[in-house]
Design a protein around this ligand. Structure first.
Ligand SMILES: Cc1ncc(COP(=O)(O)O)c(C=O)c1O
Length: 394
């Protein structure tokens, strides 16, 4: 049955991680895989998560199935967390999913079941998994212009011009904040234009928000999402606790649907449950149990928010340090985009040859396409990275 499956080239990020692990140089830098690291290069468990896990271990009464919606209390807390105070809050429903990846797939399956001919529009570039997840659900995927390769910022004119062509049957997938891979986010004016166009032309916005709190702050990072939630009739959302709670391996996320009424939203979620039953059935419980305990407890919430702020401040500090160092050493503003980007990533646009040189000559590992995980950098490595980039460029 499997004889005809050809050998596959492995995932390029995983291959890069392996190469990094096997590199004997002590001064090497892993700026590849998208996880947060502290200044020691570690990804520790957040303190609030540690506390919540202890409580969970002592109080969890059972390991019985939770049901297709997942942890219902968690879904309510997450819905309140993301949509509380908006006009969408009372006409939404939430499904607990295995990470945002699970949420993306749950939403994709929903679109495929209700509107199989829909086209999902993703930014160019976009999160590496957006296209495969949508396509595996049987959906057509096309892209809209996003990044200006010169400025490394969003070309909102080109983006909005394409979005203005979308209509009924189109789904517009947007990054809620901290765009992956570019780090370049759209302005609130652009969010407003998108809301206006959705209302005028009838396309369906879909916000994937996987890094809330890692840009400008928890509330600030949700401003675009909230604007849409207040203005459009229907909205899809996928969200993740992987990064902002550091729960990567616990696979904790949620998919939300905002519809014309709460009942309609519940009907829609019921269909999503039916579709989930045909694949993973129910999501893993542990991560959601942890998030629930944190969000239900004021002291744990405060602790979590404080640590998240510290993580974000570390990345923002690294961005400023990089810009300062580049300005000083190049006497130019060529690299100022590092400080204009939000979240963990910056897309440098470094070509394959440059990436190869950085790896071979300096032990600096960056994924193909030139996405740097700024959150993987240690403070003392800033001058070394800047020097290496300048030397590889010349
Ligand atoms: C934009 C975006 N969406 C979704 C995901 C998937 O997140 P999760 O690990 O929760 O599945 C990621 C992860 O890198 C991401 O960057």
């Amino acid at each position: 049955m499997f004889e005809t499956i050809p050998a596959k080239k492995g995932d390029s990020i995983v291959a890069l991680m392996t190469e990094f692990a096997n590199d004997p140089r002590t001064e090497k830098m892993d700026l590849g895989i998208g996880i947060y690291r502290n200044n020691l290069g570690e990804t520790p468990i957040m303190k609030a998560v540690m506390e919540a896990q202890k409580i969970l271990l002592e109080t969890e009464p059972t390991k019985a199935y939770q049901g297709l919606v997942g942890d219902v209390e968690y879904t309510e807390l997450m819905q309140h967390f993301l949509l509380g105070g908006t006009k969408a809050a009372d006409r939404a429903a939430t499904l607990h999913t295995p990470g945002a990846s699970g949420a993306l797939r749950a939403v994709a399956d929903l679109i495929a079941a209700t509107q199989p001919d829909a086209t999902v529009w993703i930014s160019n570039p976009s999160y590496v998994n957006h296209q495969p997840i949508m396509e595996r659900a049987g959906l057509k995927v096309r892209s809209y212009p996003y990044l200006n390769p010169e400025t490394k910022l969003v070309d909102e004119t080109a983006m909005l011009a394409k979005i203005a062509e979308l209509g009924k049957g189109d789904v517009l997938l947007l990054h809620g904040c901290c765009h992956n891979p570019s780090g370049a986010d759209i302005t609130l004016d652009a969010w407003q234009s998108i809301a206006d166009l959705a209302n005028k032309n009838g396309f369906l916005p879909f916000v994937d928000i996987a890094y809330q709190g890692l840009g400008d702050g928890l509330d600030e990072d949700a401003q675009g999402l909230h604007l849409l939630a207040n203005q459009v009739p229907e909205l899809l959302i996928s969200t993740s606790c992987s990064k902002n709670f550091g729960l990567y391996r616990e696979r904790t996320g949620a998919a939300m649907v905002v519809t014309s009424s709460r009942q309609q939203a519940l009907n829609t979620r019921a269909l999503m449950c039916e579709l989930a039953r045909g694949s993973y059935s129910m999501p893993p419980a542990h991560g959601a149990g942890v998030v629930k305990l944190i969000l239900q407890d004021d002291a744990l919430t405060t602790l979590w928010k404080q640590e998240l702020k510290e993580m974000t401040a570390r990345v923002t500090g690294l961005r400023s340090a990089l810009v300062e160092e580049f300005q000083q050493k190049t006497q130019s503003n060529q690299f100022d985009y590092f400080a204009k980007h939000k979240g963990m990533f910056t897309l440098t646009g470094f070509d394959d040859e440059m990436l190869e040189k950085l790896k071979a000559d300096f032990g600096i590992y960056i994924v193909k396409g030139g996405r740097i995980n700024v959150a993987g950098l240690k403070e003392h490595e800033v001058p070394k990275l800047v020097d290496a980039v300048i030397r590889c460029q010349s």
